[in-house]
Design a protein around this ligand. Structure first.
Ligand code: AMP
Length: 976
């Protein structure tokens, strides 16, 4: 017997149908990829999504075919999702942050037939187009005006939609039909596909709508920063239309300033993002003294939320943070940190402890902890074990059966996370199983230590990895990225951890680093950190007499063994955290004892210019040098001798597109042409110009009174020089107009009489060059008139008009040429893999009007050249001098060298922070006095010290090559 209720398949098209019928006028606001803010409604999106379905049918797509999207969070992306899923095809979200080889693998594995892409990602697709044979069409999510031919044969989205009908029946397939496909980021092995069904997405939507989960409502305005290309934007593209919330889609701009602007202008009440996004927002708010006037709740997940973020949101902005955990395999929400009744009854500080945990499972998710043998472990808040998960929106098998059987005998999926669950049922992730630190046969949670360390007021980001130790197998090493402008010592951090973690968990060392790398999905990339720290030797390992042998445990660590802590088995705590005095005060090295050592380059061998100024040898590193430089350890400092300059190879610096540019590196970057403003334009007219005019009566001094009327007219005519002369006077004014505009703009901005926007507006006004062109024509006419009207008398003036007009026009042609030969960027850096950022002080100095400094900027759409391409790639191609510089010197010497180079270049120093290895300065352009800011970063490198530079304009106009030449000049000074 069966129940007697209606058969209503749970398919996701019904969600948008519902939104159209019951929340039709509710808005979807987008910061479009093309730039402007656009507005639409659920009703419109519904109609357009149906057109998408018809377009797909027209292109031959059938039920079950995979159609991919490579796109930011925008209304068009939502239309595409529903258009694909509604007609029964599978929407495969591609993550643009993956390496291109991974993208190629994924597209081929999924056998995608069409890719819908934003303009931003066309360069990626152009690069891989011939490696993805199953893809028949690429549809660019833009209109005809912005369409480009970067990928041959690509189709224009808006043009296709214009031609398609909105009449299309959705559904008609069973609820277990596939709806979406998303690949795991695949840190080990190939990425694996998770194939969501309509039913699983529908159920996930219902669950996330719950008050104790996302809890969004019709009255909310929701800004999903979490991308639709990773883990389905946590289901928000389903739950927001399901409840009728207003949606605000951030498009490609995810920096603090852009997100803040949307939060305020659209009065957002709810948002969701990974911790790094919130970190950027909070930094922006601090730097600009910004407010959050409408935001009430944020959900943070993807990686563990640092306490400092929760506190700052709560205490400074009155925003409630809930912590969520999930994964691609769980659709993705698995747990949410909303309090139960017992926790809600606690005071705010006690509740905070639970807020930092990952939360409770909602209905539809079941969790268990097991040990290596599969034995179920207790929920006591201390025993940690493998986290297993089960439910109707949890993966049952990867796409195409990859990985084989992935569920245990009870149907639970192994998340790869290690966790505890407390008596309230609140789960806490303690590690990824591959990151857990095995010390003396027992386990230490790297996540727990880094979460606490990240709460140190001076810390921006913290990461903990296990480092090989001869006695204990592995010991924790804490890496800290300090907030801009901060300095700290190892002891400060160890002291901060004391009492907050078990003594034997205490890191054996603290290393201050300029950057903690994040992977494609925004999580700390520990694999890369382990690679970077491969030569690092723990001071405790040195003490144990194993300085040479001990290296970071690399490659695939052995499968961890789950254990319940047994305190008596701990190694003696003292052995683990006793500070090693030798590590703090490296002795200066006597030069004679250490002759300059030839660097040991990897292949290909870099060019080496040996030199060894003795002054550097004698300079000891700063006393606190170990505070940011592991290089300063005695055991490693021996590798650094003299000041040999080494040009790094591109493979080492991972600079995008670098290989292509290597060939031109030697030639150097051509000096940027500059717009010459014509000098003082016009000599005073000669006094006797009118004296010999044959068109006028001779003027006899003293006879004026006796002149008749006709004579007086003739006299006026004589004085004015007649028609030809008047014409030439006017033409002269016309010829002067553009030059005067440029001069006024230049002087105005230079002396602060007008802001740069007005100043630049004056010279870039479209009609200024047109006037110049016109005045050339009038100048030519003037020459002809002069020929007929008396060349001796008017010729000089005519040629003056013509010459002046030609000079001005030449200036514009020259500027145009400069625009063509220089890329339209205003941000040049030597390292985009680990982008240099400005300190808060510098950000304040730049002011709120300045162009935002982004992690991964793109050339704006609408730019004539390179539009939509990553500035990183454009830099690599067009600025051969923007390459890191390796000095075979210690970091202190490199720092001194960089500082003197900045002074030589005439830059005005703003930050001088040897501990952080950071120098910042401001430059002013010669003619207009426009400001650009420069940050220099010095990092230890296996061959000495690495110097990186970034130069960013405050005005968002193309720099005509100025920043590239500035970096070239600085690097030149540093080399010499
Ligand atoms: P992905 O499938 O790429 O979204 O990665 C899922 C993994 O991210 C999980 O298995 C966890 O290791 C990690 N993760 C997600 N949310 C959290 C969180 N709130 N705290 C700690 N780790 C998290």
């Amino acid at each position: 017997m069966q129940g007697r209720m209606q058969d209503w398949p749970l398919t996701v098209d019904r969600i948008l149908d519902h939104a159209k019928s019951w929340h039709g006028p509710r808005e979807i606001v987008t910061r479009s990829v093309e730039g402007p803010i656009t507005r639409t409604t659920y009703a419109d999106v519904h109609g357009r999504a149906k057109r998408v379905s018809n377009v797909l049918k027209g292109l031959g797509i059938q039920t079950g075919d995979r159609v991919a999207t490579l796109a930011w969070n925008t209304a068009r992306h939502i239309e595409t999702w529903y258009g694909i899923m509604g007609m029964g095809a599978v929407c495969h979200t591609l993550n643009p942050r993956l390496f291109t080889e991974q993208l190629v693998y994924i597209i081929n594995h999924a056998e995608d037939r069409i890719i819908f892409t934003d303009l931003t990602f066309l360069p990626i697709l152009a690069q891989i187009r011939d490696q993805i044979p199953t893809v028949q069409h690429i549809v660019v999510l833009t209109d005809a005006d912005h369409m480009t031919d970067q990928v041959a044969g690509a189709l224009c989205y808006e043009t296709l939609l214009d031609q398609a009908s909105a009449d299309c029946a959705w559904g008609g397939f069973e609820e277990n039909a596939p709806a979406g496909l998303c690949y795991t980021s695949g840190t080990t092995g190939n990425p694996k596909g998770v194939l969501y069904s309509h039913r699983s997405n529908f159920l996930h939507t219902l669950v996330t709508m719950g008050a104790d989960v996302l809890g969004i409502r019709a009255t909310d305005t929701v800004l999903p920063v979490v991308p639709m290309f990773h883990a389905n934007a946590w289901g928000v593209a389903f739950s927001a239309p399901a409840v009728g919330s207003k949606l605000v889609m951030p498009g490609p701009k995810l920096d603090g300033a852009s997100i803040h602007e949307l939060l305020e202008t659209e009065q957002v009440t709810f948002s969701a993002a990974v911790p790094t996004v919130w970190q950027m927002l909070l930094q922006h708010l601090e730097a600009t003294n910004g407010k959050l006037t409408s935001l009430k709740r944020v959900v943070i997940g993807g990686s563990a939320v640092p306490e400092a973020i929760v506190r700052r949101f709560r205490d400074d902005y009155g925003v409630d943070v809930t912590h969520a955990w999930g994964m691609t395999e769980t659709s993705p929400l698995g747990t949410q940190g909303t309090p139960n009744a017992a926790i809600a009854a606690m005071d705010a500080e006690a509740q905070l402890k639970f807020k930092l945990k990952q939360g409770r499972p909602p209905l539809g998710i079941d969790l268990k902890l097991i040990d290596d043998g599969g034995k179920v472990l207790p929920h006591d808040g201390t025993t940690f074990g493998k986290l297993m998960v089960k439910g109707p929106f949890v993966v049952g098998e990867y796409f195409r059966g990859d990985g084989g059987e992935i569920l245990d005998a009870d149907g639970y999926f192994d998340t790869g996370d290690v966790a505890t669950i407390d008596e309230h049922g609140v789960m806490q992730i303690t590690d990824r199983s591959k990151d857990v630190i095995k010390s003396g046969g027992e386990w230490i949670s790297s996540i727990e230590i880094e979460n606490i360390a990240a709460g140190h007021p001076k810390a921006e980001l913290a990461a903990v990895i296990g480092v090989a130790h001869p006695k204990w197998d592995e010991r924790p090493l804490l890496l800290v990225k300090l907030k801009a402008g901060e300095t700290a010592t190892k002891e400060e951090f160890l002291h901060y951890l004391e009492g907050k973690i078990a003594k034997w968990w205490m890191p054996d060392d603290v290393v201050f680093v300029d950057d903690i790398p994040l992977g494609a999905t925004g999580k700390i990339d520990k694999k890369l950190i382990r690679q970077r720290m491969v030569d690092y030797v723990l001071p405790t390992a040195v003490a144990a007499g194993a300085a040479v042998a001990a290296t970071v445990a690399l490659a695939a660590p052995p499968e961890p063994k789950i254990y319940a802590p047994e305190p008596e088995a701990h190694p003696e705590p003292e052995a683990h955290h006793a500070p090693e005095p030798v590590a703090h005060a490296p002795e200066p090295q006597a030069p004679e004892a250490h002759p300059p050592e030839a660097p040991a380059p990897e292949t290909p061998a870099p060019e080496v210019h040996a030199e060894a100024p003795p002054v550097v040898h004698h300079e000891p590193p700063p006393a606190d040098h170990t505070a940011w430089s592991p290089q300063a350890r005695p055991v490693q400092a021996e590798r650094v001798r003299g000041l040999t300059v080494i040009e790094p190879t591109f493979t080492e610096t991972k600079f995008p597109g670098a290989e292509a540019s290597e060939a031109v590196a030697e030639a150097g970057f051509p000096a940027a042409p500059r717009l010459e403003v014509p000098a003082d334009p016009l000599p005073a007219p000669e006094a006797d110009v009118f004296g010999d005019t044959p068109l006028t009566l001779p003027f006899v001094p003293g006879q004026a009174k006796t002149l008749r009327k006709a004579d007086r007219q003739a006299d006026r005519k004589a004085k004015s020089g007649g028609f030809g002369n008047r014409y030439l006077d006017l033409a002269l004014l016309g010829a002067l107009a553009p030059a005067a505009m440029v001069g006024a703009a230049m002087l105005g901005t230079r002396f602060g009489l007008m802001d740069w926007k007005t100043g630049l507006g004056l010279i870039t006004l479209e009609w200024a060059p047109k006037i110049a062109l016109l005045s050339v024509a009038t100048g030519l006419v003037g020459v002809i008139i002069a020929l007929f009207a008396g060349f001796g008398r008017l010729g000089l003036k005519a040629f003056l008009v013509l010459g002046l007009s030609l000079a001005t026009l030449g200036g514009y042609v020259w500027m145009r040429q400069a625009q063509i030969t220089n890329p339209p960027v205003n941000d040049v850096a030597t390292d985009w893999a680990r982008p240099l950022t400005f300190s808060q002080r510098m950000m304040r100095e730049r002011g709120v009007d300045a162009m935002p400094v982004e992690f991964d900027p793109i050339v704006p759409l609408g730019a004539e050249f390179y539009a939509g391409r990553r500035v990183a790639d454009v830099n690599a191609e067009t600025c051969a001098v923007a390459r890191p510089l390796i000095l075979a010197a210690n970091t202190a010497a490199a720092y001194a060298r960089a500082k003197s180079a900045m002074e030589q270049a005439g830059l005005a120093l703003v930050t001088d922070d040897p501990r952080q290895g950071r120098l910042e300065a401001t430059a002013r352009s010669l003619l207009f006095g426009l400001r650009s800011d420069v940050v220099v970063r010095i990092l230890p490198d296996p061959r000495g010290a690495r110097i990186d530079v970034r130069a960013v304009d405050r005005a968002p106009t193309p720099d005509l090559g100025a920043n590239c030449s500035r970096i070239g000049r600085l690097m030149g000074f540093m080399r010499s």
